[in-house]
Design a protein around this ligand. Structure first.
Ligand SMILES: NC(=O)c1ccc[n+]([C@@H]2O[C@H](COP(=O)([O-])OP(=O)(O)OC[C@H]3O[C@@H](n4cnc5c(N)ncnc54)[C@H](O)[C@@H]3O)[C@@H](O)[C@H]2O)c1
Length: 318
């Protein structure tokens, strides 16, 4: 059954990869009046549930793209397959845009291949989805310029990104790489909202199995340097993600990415706060905000230049 509601004058989109996040893309696209979800492709026969309907995925990649003729293809397959799928889409349907899930690549060899792609004609058509940078609490602080100015320079940051994946480490490694590859890019994309992310300064495994990592990165350059410590972990009983920013004035801002809240504290008192009404699932909000940017002018998405720098920092620390 086709899920398309034949919306007119909107961008026709196909999602490749009908797993956890492919389903989120499908749900957000289906509800967005500037996109028309016209199909999904997966290497397995999996249905995607969109609201009360089921979208049957297609496995015949090239034929599906020829039939569906999308304006944009979303690549939501496991991290280590992104580049192969980019190549398949460009070969089968070269005129469309591609939105690639984070992290676009997970190794230096893949980054070299991506750099080659970005030197070619396809460069203007590749977009990169760093969903946590579009989280409501992150956008709240990014837009609160006066609050940031009152804090003065950013001095340090502490990011903790934890997921409950210790029960199936081999499975999650295959899908997502490692806790650092999977969540490190999210932390970096959040930090990039508030300072230019520089190279890593060090990295340590905090456990024997290699599923809890500490990475320190430089923020800014020259005299303006601050430091961030990022901990990524698969040793948790639930997903729990937060970023704490400490400013020159002593002001601290806590962004709780799980609760979708923000709090600014100065001299022991809360000076500003941000919250949500809980009516929308956290991840849906990230992708809804991201797709609003795609609809209104994808130039405002994370640029290739920034994506390239973040990926280099990510890979230097692997
Ligand atoms: N799971 C999350 O919470 C989450 C959040 C944001 C971003 N992401 C990113 O999204 C990507 C996918 O993660 P996921 O958790 O949805 O994975 P997943 O394993 O749940 O889903 C991946 C899907 O892709 C299909 N697939 C695999 N190789 C394919 C190929 N070559 N062609 C077509 N289909 C293929 C699989 O059959 C599966 O249905 C990863 O890069 C991840 O970093 C995941």
């Amino acid at each position: 059954m086709a899920v398309s509601r034949a919306k007119s004058g909107v961008m026709r989109v196909v999602v490749v990869g009908a797993g956890t996040i492919g389903s989120t893309h499908a749900e957000v696209l289906d509800a967005h009046d500037q996109f028309d979800l016209v199909g999904a492709i997966d290497r397995e026969h999996r249905d995607v549930v969109v609201g009360s309907r089921r979208l049957r995925t297609r496995t015949d990649f090239s034929r599906a793209l020829a039939d569906l003729s999308p304006d944009m293809v979303v690549i939501a397959t496991p991290t280590g397959t992104h580049l192969d799928v980019v190549g398949q889409v460009l070969a089968a349907h070269p005129a469309c845009r591609l939105l690639v899930e984070k992290p676009a690549v997970a190794s230096w060899a893949e980054l070299d291949r991506l750099v080659d792609v970005m030197r070619g004609e396809a460069a203007e058509r590749l977009l990169f989805a760093h969903h946590t940078a579009y989280a409501p609490e992150v956008l709240w602080l990014a837009r609160a310029k006066e609050l940031q100015q009152s804090g003065g320079r950013l001095r340090s940051a502490f990011c903790v990104f934890q997921d409950p994946y210790a029960n199936d480490v081999p499975g999650y490694r295959q899908r997502l790489g490692s806790s650092w590859v999977d969540s490190g890019i999210n932390a970096l994309s959040v930090l990039e909202r508030f300072a230019t992310v520089g190279p890593p300064l060090g990295r340590r495994h905090l456990d024997v199995e290699g599923i809890v990592e500490e990475v320190r990165v430089q923020l800014g350059g020259g005299d303006e340097t601050a430091r961030a410590t990022i901990v990524t972990s698969w040793e948790a009983s639930a997903s729990a993600k937060s970023t704490r920013l400490v400013y020159e004035s002593g002001m601290q801002v806590l962004l709780d990415h799980t609760g979708v809240t923000g709090l600014a504290e100065q001299d022991g008192r809360i000076t500003h706060r941000f919250g949500t009404d809980g009516s929308r699932v956290r991840r849906i909000q990230h992708y809804r905000n991201l797709y609003d940017v795609v609809a209104n002018g994808p130039d405002a998405l994370t640029s290739w230049e920034t994506t390239h720098r973040l990926l280099r920092t990510l890979l230097h620390a692997t």
